[in-house]
Design a binder for this molecule. Structure first.
Ligand code: ADP
Ligand code: AMP
Length: 210
């Protein structure tokens, strides 16, 4: 079985920001359950309708929905050599299900204290065309409002990137997702990097792990 990588960490840790570099190094496609759910929501599918309330309030979408989504995604041909999971698994049940269908070679955890998370998430914006991730203060576009990567001039912000929802998402992370760290440590798969530093420094640490 080809091996996959899990990018782990609290909301706003920098998983999406670091994913591009990991994809470039490994050639494995990024599989972000958050991106997949937002695409379903935008397309108005049944999955989108089911996930909407959970996402808007900052709670986790039920395991069976997420596991079904991943099972289907892994049948696509670009996943045959393994993938980079971003934002999945987020519960022990999801990790157990994943262990039945894919081989995980390493879990890279980006560690960022809670005290930094609200500022990171509330300043986040992305390119409406290519989804490149920016931040009002920490990582703005070089030319105001123009994407550095594709030149597009429309940026967007997520409906759930507000202070109230961030607190619910952080609580869900601590209650349901953080216990996964020990689950993966016991399997010798867990590597933590300090995410509380410049984006380039975090990239260097992750490159060294890979
Ligand atoms: P995640 O995918 O883990 O939710 P993102 O990659 O979207 O997190 O990053 C959240 C926000 O924090 C974005 O606005 C991003 O530009 C910013 N960010 C990412 N990494 C760093 C970093 N090392 N230092 C400061 N800001 C960062
Ligand atoms: P993210 O883009 O990773 O910040 O995820 C946005 C939202 O999508 C989360 O707050 C959850 O509501 C939902 N979500 C994304 N991935 C998962 C997952 N693996 N398990 C449960 N819910 C998820």
């Amino acid at each position: 079985m080809a091996s996959s990588i899990v990018l782990f960490g609290p909301p706003g840790a920098g998983k999406g920001t670091q994913a591009g570099n990991i994809v470039a190094i490994t050639g494995k496609p990024q599989v972000s359950t958050g991106d997949m759910l937002r695409a379903a929501l935008a397309a108005g599918t049944a999955l989108g309708h089911e996930a909407k309330g959970y996402m808007e309030s900052g709670q986790l979408v039920p395991d069976e929905v997420i596991i079904g989504l991943i099972e289907e995604r892994l049948t696509q041909s670009d996943a045959s050599d393994g993938v980079l999971f971003d934002g999945f698994p987020r519960t022990i049940a999801q990790a157990e299900a994943l262990s039945e269908i894919a081989d995980v070679s390493v879990v890279i955890a980006i560690e960022v204290p809670d005290s930094r998370i609200v500022a990171r998430i509330c300043g986040r914006y992305t390119c409406a065309n290519c989804d490149a991730v920016y931040h009002d203060t920490f990582n703005p576009t070089q030319t105001s409002g123009i994407c550095d990567h594709c030149g597009h001039s429309e940026m967007k912000r997520r409906a759930d990137d507000n202070e109230e929802t961030v607190r619910t998402r952080l609580a869900a992370y601590h209650a349901q997702t953080a216990p996964l760290a020990d689950w993966y440590r016991h399997r010798d798969l867990f590597v933590a990097v300090d995410g509380d530093q410049d984006i380039d420094k975090v990239s260097q640490l992750i490159s060294a792990v890979l």
